[in-house]
Design a protein. Structure first.
Length: 135
């Protein structure tokens, strides 16, 4: 299995951080079996479990993300777990506002800030190819 996040590297650092946090929280809800058990350190302090696999952070831009999201809607990739975060969601302050706004904005008009993908390694690799790491 493989997990990646593709983030628009042209965004300000704060928006990049917020996007990856939102994708990570949602991904954790979708694949709870990948979150490890809590850990006790040498001083008997508890640290909540974190994801048990690496998450590659990859560099994209709005065109790369738009194309990637379009491909992820195809039947070939329907078995992957996909989380996206777009400008439609980012501009809303409360979730109910996002629900209402998304219902009025066709997918082609979403500008994606980031996409998280989890699934079979070979299939994920076919999508991301040789995308560079986000640094």
């Amino acid at each position: 299995m493989k997990c990646v996040m593709v983030i628009d590297s042209e965004l300000p650092i704060g928006v990049i951080a917020n996007t990856s946090a939102i994708l990570g929280v949602t991904l954790g809800k979708q694949i709870p079996e990948q979150v490890g058990a809590d850990v006790i350190d040498a001083t008997e302090k508890t640290h909540l479990g974190i994801i048990t696999m690496p998450i590659a952070m990859l560099k994209g831009n709005k065109d790369v993300l738009k194309d990637l999201r379009k491909r992820l809607y195809t039947p070939e990739f329907s078995d992957l777990v996909v989380v996206d975060f777009s400008d439609v969601a980012q501009c809303c302050n409360v979730y109910s506002e996002y629900i209402t706004k998304a219902a009025c904005v066709p997918e082609k008009d979403h500008t994606y800030l980031g996409v998280a993908i989890y699934g079979e390694k070979k299939k994920v690799n076919r999508l991301i190819g040789f995308m560079p790491l986000l640094r």
